[in-house]
Write a protein that binds this ligand. Structure first.
Ligand SMILES: *Cc1c(COP(=O)(O)O)cnc(C)c1O
Length: 427
């Protein structure tokens, strides 16, 4: 690996030799403020808007205006099959077969829809395992599923705890499986932990669940568009993700779902059903007999919000052009550079929780300098037009995104961080 240097010129030289540098211009950045450009390191929360998104949305609006209901068949990209335009990109990014993925609903809804199929408790196996720091929505989803089936989360929810360094260790999960494996129906685990940025060994988690005879679902909210995956081979039972974080598809955009091939031959009796999960060629006969569509599309309920799908299709075209492996390579360099700057310039002031050898785009920075008002540092960063995100009590999550962040952004982040610390030092 190149030896790094803590100068602007060095950061600029990294940008000059970056084969992906052209993608930055294809995104809209927040407006300059007080003559200062925005430093956006918040793609883990809401990705920036691809400039072509407006074309894709306008196309749908125009077709609707021109064609009315005929747009289902005659739009430039017919609405009847519009959701399929996301399947190729989803399949590439998750390492799935195209028929294993579908764009539908939103993330938490998909977790529920998929748990309706894959959380099937019985007298022997009825417990669910999550990580104890799971995103609140995932926690609510699993506890409500337990309750709806008549189980008390106090008895039936098992939490995989991180260690003192805030990281998750597979041995600890294995200990849970050794002890309770035959009572556990389902594991619902993240691909990338949202708070620490730790990338979990998804292949191993799937294997551990399989060995214990448990089902496993993955929440890929922070993994999709961030790290390459091989879902088909890893073979979780199901997975779901949102598309507004690293996938840059806009606030509340339509989410994605994966169901492994081995579950794709059901007749629809073990799932929630709606008319859009019905085989398309006979759907409009409006018969009462449910004929399952092929693939994960069978889990669709409603006809999809085409306007909300349009930015996903736009954004996925950029991922296809850039390639997830090239993006990952750049991302590893970018976070290595950020870590280098932190170690060089902020020793004793800032530490990272994120494990360096299991990192994605995000580094979670902890402000450790004594007598420094951490919240004040974050506020001062915001005042300098840095967009990152804050988690109580003292963590700043910074996620350089290889599609649109430059190495100079990372350098500039360090400059503004220094100013923000200075402004908060006790005098
Ligand atoms: C972002 C995120 C969510 C958000 O859920 P929505 O249904 O999209 O509002 C849920 N879970 C995790 C782990 C997330 O990171």
């Amino acid at each position: 690996m190149t030896a790094f240097d803590a100068t602007r010129e060095f950061a600029q030289s990294l940008d000059e030799s970056d084969p992906l540098r052209g993608f930055r211009d294809q995104f809209n950045f927040p407006d300059d403020r007080d003559g200062r450009r925005n430093i956006y390191v918040c793609g883990n929360s809401l990705g920036l808007q691809p400039k072509i998104a407006v074309q894709y949305v306008t196309e749908v609006l125009t077709d609707w205006a021109r064609l009315g209901v005929e747009g289902h068949f005659h739009a430039s990209r017919p609405w009847l099959e519009y959701h399929r335009l996301a399947s190729g990109g989803f399949a590439t990014l998750t390492g799935a077969h195209e028929q294993e993925v579908v764009a539908m609903n939103t993330l938490t809804v998909n977790l529920h829809v998929l748990m309706a199929t894959f959380y099937r408790p019985d007298a022997e196996r009825n417990k669910i395992v999550i990580e104890s720091q799971a995103f609140p929505s995932d926690y609510f989803a699993v506890t409500s599923q337990l309750q709806l089936h008549g189980y008390d989360p106090a008895d039936s929810l098992i939490e995989w705890e991180p260690r003192e360094d805030e990281l998750l260790y597979n041995e600890d999960l294995q200990a849970i499986l050794d002890r309770h494996g035959d009572e556990i129906a389902l594991l619902l685990l993240p691909g990338v932990q949202y708070y620490t940025g730790q990338v979990l060994d998804m292949a191993e988690l799937c294997e551990m669940a399989r060995q214990a005879g448990c089902r496993i679902g993955l929440d890929l909210a922070h993994a999709i568009g961030n790290v390459p995956m091989s879902l088909h081979d890893w073979a979780p039972d199901f997975a779901a993700w949102c598309t507004y974080k690293y996938l840059n598809s806009g606030p509340g955009a339509v989410a994605g779902a994966f169901v492994h091939e081995r579950h794709l031959d059901g007749d629809g009796s073990e799932q929630l059903t709606g008319w859009w999960g019905h085989e398309q060629s006979t759907r409009f006969r409006m018969a009462r007999q449910f004929e399952p569509a092929a693939g994960a599309e069978r889990w669709q309920l409603s006809n999809p919000p085409v306007l909300a799908l349009a930015p996903i299709v736009a954004s996925l075209s950029l991922f296809e052009e850039a390639g997830i492996d090239a993006l990952r390579e750049k991302s590893l360099r970018q976070t290595a550079y950020l870590k280098y700057l932190l170690d060089e310039e902020f020793a004793g002031e800032i530490e990272t929780i994120t494990p360096f050898d299991a990192r994605g785009c995000q580094l979670s920075l902890v402000i450790t300098k004594p007598n420094l008002n951490a919240r004040g540092v974050f506020k001062a960063l915001e005042q300098q037009h840095v967009t990152g995100d804050w988690r109580e009590p003292n963590v700043i999550r910074a996620a350089p995104v290889p599609l649109y962040n430059s190495f100079e952004d990372i350098y500039e982040l360090s400059v503004r961080l220094r100013a923000a610390i200075r402004a908060n030092e006790p005098r």
